[in-house]
Design a protein around this ligand. Structure first.
Ligand SMILES: [Fe+2]
Length: 329
């Protein structure tokens, strides 16, 4: 996932001031810093502009004819679409009453005229960074909630695997923490872990919950779930990079897995990690047809399968991560 940096060249500032010279001077200073600017002579004119375009930040004078800065600020905050736009008021040192009024209404940032260019750029940069961080954190939270809801919907159909998705996610996070992945990448793989079996939506309940062995036809359908999951999510732009993780989670290091029979590092790193977490959880939990196996036995199995089913470089790190974070059993 991209870092929450501000693409400065794309940020647009709406400058609202009745004095054309002030507007032009501010605009010039901001354009030097690669901001795009637009100008309005009063609150009313600015509100009309807002119906046509959305700036990244509004810089507004207080004292203006027709509609002053305070009225304009109130109108912006009362509009659901415009209210998140950061708002900076331009005040005069000689008007403390106006500043007080703005503060009561919730204006966070002020610039006192005459405006110092360095202050102007510093305040705008800081305000935009704050606003961008808030946006990124809200978006990430919404993504995760959506993804979790989808994953829960799939898991609720499967009587045997209660909590499987949560545990696979946890093991995945532990392994990537042990690998010292950056938090952003870990969070990204978390989406893959939560959604790895989402393609099971194509498998009917009677097959998903069948107590005995699957027939070759049923097994054939079950084997389609990684591709089905990747296909389902291919239109979701922010999940684009995790599609290989979902597609590859049943591939095996030695090429005997499915759906493609990929080998070694042809399998995406996320796919190789999910394969370990998925199998580890399946073997350490009780299923209707067999009891949970002790951790020691499962770890032995993982070691035996390093270089066969699993990436041999990841297995020692996975075992280390598990031993460090779970009590012995
Ligand atoms: Fe699966």
């Amino acid at each position: 996932m991209a870092n929450p940096t501000i693409p400065v060249s794309q940020n647009s500032i709406l400058i609202v001031d009745d004095n054309a010279n002030v507007r032009r001077a501010i605009s010039r200073s901001l354009q030097i810093e690669n901001y795009a600017t637009r100008q309005a002579a009063n609150g009313k004119e600015a509100l009309e502009m807002l119906t046509q375009y959305t700036p990244d930040l509004i810089l507004s004078d207080i004292n203006m004819p027709i509609m002053d800065g305070i009225e304009f600020f109130k109108a912006v905050r009362d509009n659901k679409e415009w209210s998140p736009i950061p708002f900076v008021l331009l005040t005069s040192a000689a008007s403390p009453a106006d500043v007080q009024k703005g503060r009561e209404l919730g204006v966070e940032d002020y610039l006192t005229k005459p405006i110092d260019t360095n202050d102007l750029v510093a305040i705008i940069n800081a305000r935009l960074l704050r606003s961008s961080e808030v946006k990124v954190s809200h978006i990430n939270q919404s993504y995760l909630e959506t993804v979790t809801a989808l994953a829960n919907a799939i898991e609720s159909r499967d009587n045997y695997t209660g909590g499987h998705v949560d545990r696979v996610t946890t093991y995945t996070i532990w392994l990537t923490q042990e690998l010292l992945w950056p938090a952003e990448h870990i969070r990204f793989l978390e989406f893959g872990a939560r959604l790895h079996d989402i393609g099971k939506v194509i498998v009917p309940d009677r097959i998903l919950n069948k107590p005995g062995k699957l027939s070759p036809r049923e097994w054939n359908l079950m084997r389609k779930h990684p591709a089905a999951g990747a296909k389902m999510l291919q239109g979701v732009s922010h999940l684009k990079d995790i599609l290989p993780y979902i597609y590859h989670h049943h591939e095996r290091w030695d090429g005997t897995g499915y759906p493609k029979g990929l080998k070694g590092k042809e399998i995406s790193i996320g796919g190789r990690i999910l394969a370990i977490a998925d199998v580890y959880d399946a073997l350490t939990t009780t299923r209707p047809y067999r009891p949970a196996r002790p951790r020691k036995v499962v770890i032995q199995f993982l070691r035996l399968q390093a270089g066969k089913h699993f990436d041999p470089d990841l297995i020692p790190t996975f075992i280390k991560a598990i031993k460090k974070r779970t009590p012995l059993n």
